[in-house]
Ligand binder design. Sequence first.
Ligand code: C5P
Length: 242
Amino acid sequence: MEGIRERLIVALDVDEASRACRLAECLAPWVGMFKVGMQLFYGQGPAVVEALRRTGARVFLDLKLHDIPRTVAGASRVLARLGVSMFNVHAAGGAEMMRAAAEAAREEAAAMGLPPPLVLAVTVLTSIDQEAFARELGFGGRISEKVVAWALLARECGLDGVVASAREAAAIRQSCGPDFLIVTPGIRPAGAPAGDQKRVATPAEALKAGATHLVVGRPVTEAADPVEAVKGLLAEIKDSWG
Ligand code: C5P
């Protein structure tokens, strides 16, 4: 499979910027993008994104923005100025909010002479089960229907794709067409421990279901040798894709 490196995103769920940068530097030849989440960002601030960018890394900033459109647009401008390659917002924030995020990010990137960041929607969090969806949140219908409906809304609002579990990827791909990005966490190499992830897929299963990007955290960052772990993942993908 061509371009598999570009499809691999390693989640840098660590506390220290120095450790994040060391990981990014040693994994750079095999990994397309590095995900900075709330743990690293809230501890280290925008400086960690700048430090990662200085190593040459492309950054997916996973802060799941969710507020009124004007506030999210303002935050999206800041993230675009930071030079992130990808960031996300909650689809539950509504169409106006998603549109505002995408437009603000593109405008700001253009003004800075930077490539526009890819903007993704988070649909229904994978930690929400059908019971919580109906009883706590008061939604009717199935979670999978809402995921597809919100993915379609995100596409209409000009977003580039969604973050979704590999189990939802096929339905999203079918509804949203071939160009829509589907970024899937919960990826485990065959035989690796799932940790706290309840619904995991192997890289090959996720790609077969229509995922465009795979997010892998602990199987790489907690491996005795992260470089070997990434090479193993790539070999597994090559074996199953020929
Ligand atoms: O270590 P692991 O491979 O489980 O890391 C997965 C990453 O993807 C974590 O940073 C986690 O916060 C994120 N994520 C997830 N499930 C979602 C959305 C994001 O696991 N639905």
